[in-house]
Design a binder for this molecule. Structure first.
Ligand SMILES: [Zn+2]
Length: 116
């Protein structure tokens, strides 16, 4: 059950209200698993929502599918991947700054990139 759906034409997620106002003839997709959904009528216990059009989908947005993840314990701090990510960020930012300086003919300095 979801109150949002994906418009695959624009890769944009819209709320049920937006969908009813502007996208009535567009097929809604689940933004998590990509399966076609359809508007399901509300009841006294549930509001109107998007529901998967096919049964037995493996989508984690369905409550019954979450049970298999309950036994997974949280992982510890992954310092090895953390260091790799920091190094990748430094390299990527350094390359970006060097290219901007080159294209701006050194008008922009490192200080120009700092966010207050
Ligand atoms: Zn789904």
């Amino acid at each position: 059950m979801s109150f949002k759906a994906l418009n695959q034409n624009y890769s944009t997620v819209y709320t049920l209200d937006e969908w009813e106002r502007n996208l009535i003839h567009v097929t809604p997709y689940c933004p998590v698993c990509g399966v076609v959904t359809e508007k399901a009528a509300g009841s006294t216990l549930r509001k109107t929502h998007f529901a998967h059009s096919i049964q037995n989908t493996d989508c984690p947005t369905i409550n019954d599918n979450r049970r298999k993840y309950l036994l997974l314990s949280p992982v510890g701090l992954d310092t090895e991947n953390g260091r790799d990510l920091i190094n990748w960020t430094k390299l990527t930012c350094g390359t970006c700054i060097r290219n901007v300086r080159k294209f701006s003919k050194d008008v922009l300095s490192f200080k120009s990139f700092r966010i207050c």
